[in-house]
Structures are given as structure tokens and as C-alpha cells.
Design a protein around this ligand. Structure first.
Ligand SMILES: Cc1cc2nc3c(=O)[nH]c(=O)nc-3n(C[C@H](O)[C@H](O)[C@H](O)COP(=O)(O)OP(=O)(O)OC[C@H]3O[C@@H](n4cnc5c(N)ncnc54)[C@H](O)[C@@H]3O)c2cc1C
Length: 393
């Protein structure tokens, strides 16, 4: 049971606002490398609905993957993809972290520093909570999740998942990261399936779509139909998961960072630390946790400046991914979007690994764009040069 702390200005060296993936990993990295620091983490929802975060082993440095390993609930030695004209097994390891495992580790690391509190005002020097309590620290990090902005033009990778308890063993050996053999509707559609136990599976209907909304009941029945089609005998739906991850088309990153409030160090989705195509933030979160631990002696304002610089540098390096997103969303007709991914998954595995890790090389880019484009050339060209007025891609 969490105890309500007495208001105590400057009772911490570091305050983490929001206890999700980014700040959870930062808390663990700080505790590991700076054990002397008094760390507080504020989140109103310290026991959220269970959910999972996955990443490829090649998304992390070998050292980061190794230190993450004890936290991961499962690591699979590869995964499958399937398209109408092409199936493939890849041997890149894929790991799964549950929110329960992260929370347990953070709880152990921070003890009474884990505070059930909702922040109302966050400044570089203090956090005012909804109940009026105020906490102060020389270093405050804002990891309260994505914050929408008029300066970033996004579409969505939206998904609805069902965790299914089956009556019998499913026989799925590896995750299916993309099964695009399903009916193409509402953009690029695929099913994602994770074998959680011999008789338990998570199936997600995922769509690269222009709209964030979806029909929950219809998607649920589609997923149950998919499970039946795979020969799985469904006993019970034990959990539901949904989300809409940002897929970035273009934006003005400097204007984003000039918005009010961003002089507090921004981490996680809020600091734009995510992959523009997949919306995944786990790989960046590991790197940001290392950056914060290296610079924890700096105050909020200086660290905010460094995080801003890192985020802007990553944004610039990642213009290629936004170009691909524009081709996917603006050039390909929704029912043909799968062709872009089908073609991508014919490329060599190391290229695919670098793509997901956000480390695509110049040569990779040439290979991704080489040959006959799977979308009409004229439209692809217009999409490539399309920018919203006054917005830099
Ligand atoms: C269902 C789902 C599945 C995903 N799966 C993956 C995946 O497999 N791999 C991957 O890399 N990415 C995944 N993502 C994308 C992304 O990595 C996650 O969204 C990730 O959780 C983002 O981390 P974050 O720390 O920025 O925000 P979050 O993890 O969302 O954490 C934000 C935290 O801030 C807290 N908070 C909000 N307001 C306040 C406040 N006022 N005061 C204090 N605390 C507050 C919230 O309670 C929350 O705990 C997934 C996203 C979703 C929605």
C-alpha cells in the first residue's frame, strides 16, 4: 500500500513525472548508476491495466539488451511475417516487457519514492500536484506520454488486441509480427500475434489508417474470426488492449520544442523519442535513460536543452522514415498500402533490423527506394515533396 507523503520541498534530487515506459527505464538506470540519488516518481496510476512493450534485440545496444534481459518476460528467437505473395521467417530475437514487471522493478528500486500523485503543474524546479502538494528537485523529467501538437502532422497505427485463453495448445512457435494476408480495409491492415504461453495468445488487429477511431465490436469479432481461422479454440478473452500510435508525416520540430512547457526536460513520446514509422518508443527510451544517467548532475534547464538537441538531431536523421510514411499514406491507395510493406520484407534481414532500430544507412535507403515502386510513380513523387504549409518535413 502506498503511503501519502508529507509535502516536503527539495526532498528529492530527481523527480520523474509519469511512471510509464520512459521514466520507468530512467528510474532503473539512475538507481543502477547513481544509487546515491533520492528519486521520486509521481503517477496517479501506479498500477495501470496490464500491457506489454516489445522490442527487437537489434533495437538495443548489446549492453542495453543484456541489462534488460532479466526484466523481459519472454524472448523469442525470431518472428514471422506473411503477405499475399510472400511469407518469411526472420531470426531477429524479439522480447516482451510487461507493465507488471517494469512496475515491480521500479517499486523495488524506488521504494517510498514511488508516489501515487497526479501532477497539475510541472516546472523545471517543482511539481504541483492536483491535491495541492508540491515537490521540488533540481532535476525534473516530464514523461507524461504523448502530447498532441499542431506542429507535427501525424496519421495513426491503431490497434485493438485480445488476449485469448485457448482451450488447447495453439502450436504458434514465434510471434507473427505482420500477417497482412487478412482483408485490406481502413488502410494497411495486418494481424499481430504473440504466443504468450502454450495455450494463450495475444492477437491484435492493426491498421495504418488516416483516422484514429475504430469500431471496437467489429474488430473484436474480426480477431475472434482470425483465431478460429488459425485453428485456435478460444476459451475466454482475458484482456483487451487498444492504442493509436503516431505515424509522423512531417512537422516543424523546432516549433514543437518552442511550445510552452517544453523547457522542462521531455522524455518518451512527449520528447518525440519514437520511431516515425512504427510509433515504437522502447529503443529510444533505452538511449534516453542512458543519456539522463550520464547527465543527472545537470539541472532541469540544462538537461532540457540537451534532450531538445538530441530529439532535433534524431528528427533530422529520420527524415527518410517520414518520406516513407508520406508515400504510404499519400501515394498508395489504402487497399494497396500492403504492397509497400510486402516489398520491404523481401529485403535483407540486417537492413530490416537497422530500419526498426532507426539506424538505416544511406545504402539501405537506396535499396528501399530502388526498382519499380509499389505505388504509382507520379503520386509517389508528389507525396515525397508534399509538406504542409510552413512545415518542414
Ligand atoms: C497499447 C500500446 C502498446 C504499445 N506497444 C509498444 C511496443 O510493443 N513497443 C514499443 O516500443 N512501443 C509500444 N507502444 C508505443 C510506446 O512505446 C508506448 O506508448 C510507451 O508507453 C510510451 O512511453 P512514455 O513513457 O512516453 O508514456 P507512457 O508509457 O504512456 O507513460 C506516461 C505515464 O504518465 C502518467 N501520467 C499522465 N498524466 C500524468 C500526470 N498529470 N501526472 C503524473 N503522471 C501522469 C500516465 O499514468 C502514464 O503512466 C505501445 C503503445 C500502446 C498504447
Amino acid at each position: 500500500m502506498l503511503q501519502r507523503p508529507v509535502q516536503s520541498p527539495r526532498s528529492h534530487d530527481v523527480l520523474l513525472v509519469g511512471g510509464g515506459l520512459a521514466n520507468g527505464l530512467i528510474a532503473l538506470e539512475l538507481r543502477r548508476r547513481r544509487p546515491e540519488l533520492r528519486i521520486g516518481l509521481l503517477d496517479p496510476d501506479v498500477e495501470p491495466e496490464p500491457h506489454t512493450w516489445c522490442l527487437f534485440a537489434t533495437d538495443a545496444s548489446p549492453a542495453a539488451w543484456q541489462s534488460l534481459a532479466p526484466l523481459l518476460d519472454q524472448v523469442w528467437e525470431g518472428y514471422d511475417v506473411a503477405f499475399p505473395g510472400h511469407r518469411r521467417e526472420l531470426t531477429t530475437a524479439y522480447g516482451r516487457l510487461t507493465s507488471g514487471a517494469l512496475l515491480a522493478a521500479v517499486r523495488e528500486a524506488l521504494g517510498p519514492g514511488l508516489l501515487r500523485r497526479r501532477a497539475r503543474l510541472v516546472s523545471p524546479e517543482e511539481v504541483v500536484c492536483e491535491d495541492g502538494d508540491t515537490y521540488a528537485a533540481p532535476l525534473i523529467l516530464d514523461g507524461r506520454g504523448a502530447s498532441p501538437s499542431p506542429h507535427v502532422d501525424i496519421r495513426f497505427q491503431k490497434f485493438l488486441g485480445l488476449e485469448l485463453q485457448l482451450k488447447r495448445i495453439h502450436g504458434l512457435r514465434r510471434p507473427i509480427v505482420m500477417d497482412a494476408t487478412v482483408r485490406q480495409t481502413d488502410g494497411y491492415r495486418f494481424v499481430y500475434a504473440l504466443p504468450l504461453a502454450a495455450d494463450r495468445v495475444l492477437v491484435e488487429d492493426t491498421r495504418y489508417s488516416d483516422a484514429e477511431t475504430f469500431d471496437r465490436l467489429q474488430l473484436e469479432s474480426e480477431m475472434l474470426r482470425y483465431a478460429r481461422g488459425a485453428g485456435w479454440s478460444v476459451g475466454e478473452v482475458v484482456r483487451r488492449e487498444r492504442g493509436a500510435l503516431p505515424v509522423v508525416l512531417s512537422g516543424d520540430v523546432e516549433a514543437y520544442w518552442d511550445e510552452p512547457g517544453r523547457h522542462v526536460p521531455q522524455v518518451g513520446m512527449r520528447g518525440l523519442f519514437f520511431h516515425p514509422v512504427t510509433g515504437y518508443s522502447f529503443p529510444d527510451a533505452l538511449q534516453v535513460a542512458a543519456l539522463v544517467a550520464d547527465n543527472a548532475h545537470l539541472g532541469s534547464r540544462e538537461l532540457a536543452r540537451r534532450l531538445r538537441e538530441r530529439s532535433i538531431a534524431l528528427w533530422r536523421q529520420r527524415s527518410f522514415y517520414r518520406l516513407l510514411n508520406r508515400m504510404l499514406f499519400l501515394a498508395a491507395s489504402p487497399e494497396d498500402r500492403y504492397r509497400v510493406l510486402e516489398r520491404f520484407y523481401r529485403l535483407p534481414q540486417p537492413l530490416i533490423e537497422r530500419f526498426y532500430a532507426g539506424r538505416t544507412t544511406f545504402g539501405d535507403k537506396a535499396r528501399v527506394l530502388a526498382g519499380k515502386p509499389p505505388v504509382p510513380v507520379g503520386r509517389a513523387f508528389r507525396a515525397a515533396v508534399t509538406k504542409r504549409a510552413s512545415v518542414h518535413a
